[in-house]
Write a protein that binds this ligand. Structure first.
Ligand code: GRF
Length: 191
């Protein structure tokens, strides 16, 4: 059975969509562990769904955060690491260790509105400020840059002139919840 680990920092709605897709049979894999880098609802969601949820606090582990996460993952046979709203920067050693086995979801049409400092609402604020006609989300492999790895799948949404960043964020999130399970499914199929 294909095994995945999900890394979170926030509410974990993308994590929930993975859990739902496993439960309803759309995704043929086991969610082995959820790791959070700060206390967050994502860890609670894991536990509520009978999945191991672990806090590796960035404030405690600091520069050793990735090493500690890797130590935990090394005790499992993980095929894919999924960053689903994980806010800490993944270090080069970790990227090298999980090369082609680590993916991220980003709430814009990369390469647009990606890179350092582009996360959460800031992405959508920038899209609205730039008067973009469309936005969306991207699932990509993680490399040593920020949001720069090979793109796996993208989904588009329309941006309306009346949109606030919050409204746009919600519209994009609906697509994220479909795109991330699809991307994981495609990777599983290829294996
Ligand atoms: C999503 O917008 C994702 O694209 C970004 O962080 C957000 C996480 O949301 N990387 P959630 O924690 O899955 O609800």
């Amino acid at each position: 059975m294909f095994k995945i680990a999900v890394l979170v920092s926030g509410s974990g709605s993308n994590l929930q969509s993975i859990i739902n897709n496993i439960k309803n049979g759309n995704l043929n894999c086991k969610l082995e562990i959820v790791i959070g880098d700060r206390p967050c609802y994502g860890i609670d969601r894991a536990k509520e769904n009978g999945i191991e949820g672990v806090l590796v606090d960035r404030k405690i582990y600091k520069n050793n955060l990735c090493e500690e996460i890797n130590n935990i993952l090394a005790t499992k046979e993980i095929d894919l690491v999924v960053l689903a709203g994980f806010l800490s920067i993944i270090d080069e050693k970790f990227v090298e260790k999980w090369k082609n086995k680590i993916i991220n979801i980003h709430p814009s049409l990369l390469p647009k509105f990606g890179g350092k400092g582009m996360y959460g609402l800031k992405v959508h604020e920038a899209v609205v400020a730039n008067k973009e006609k469309e936005s969306g989300c991207t699932v990509h492999y993680v490399d040593s840059g920020v949001d720069s790895g090979q793109i796996i799948l993208q989904a588009k949404v329309q941006v309306f002139s009346s949109d606030t960043a919050e409204v746009l964020q919600k519209r994009v999130l609906v697509e994220e919840h479909k795109l991330l399970p699809r991307a994981i499914g495609e990777i599983i199929k290829k294996k």
